[in-house]
Write a protein that binds this ligand. Sequence first.
Ligand code: HEC
Length: 140
Amino acid sequence: MNSFGKTVLITVLTLVLMTSVFVYAHEENSDGHLSGAHSHKKYQKLKNPVKPDAKALEEGKSLYAAHCAACHGGSGNGNGRTMKAADFTSGKLRHGSTDGEIYNLISHGSKAAGMPAWKGTLTSLDIWKLVHVIKLFNKG
Ligand code: HEC
């Protein structure tokens, strides 16, 4: 390979490397989550498999009261007993407002900020029920 070829090759490799570092850094930081408002393209389009019927909402609300209200407050306004957490009634969710994004956030948490990951503690269907509850709060 001549030196021009080598230069091109090195440039291409450097670009590929920089892009992957950028993509990785953009996906996650050390706590597995980004700070600041953002959305999660990968999860945005996930469909909620649970229909928001009376039974599912009832179950969602009791899960919320048991696991979430201590931090997020009984009415979802972020005024919990143990800490001030995200306010769901503000009309804007920092981590994205689609079903899939809310599901992802509840599953994986935002640990550095104090939001636990619920995957493992709650079943995936329970988390989807909670997504409906969060959206009800978010509507005001
Ligand atoms: C120990 C306190 C605590 C508990 C318990 C908790 N959360 Fe959170 N939650 C937080 C904090 C703090 C944040 C803000 C995270 C951030 O700013 O990145 C948060 C953020 C969120 C968000 C993202 C809000 C946004 O603006 O995008 C959702 C959704 C959420 N919590 C749902 C839940 C659900 C559902 C439960 C119960 C299964 C729960 N949380 C239990 C502390 C808690």
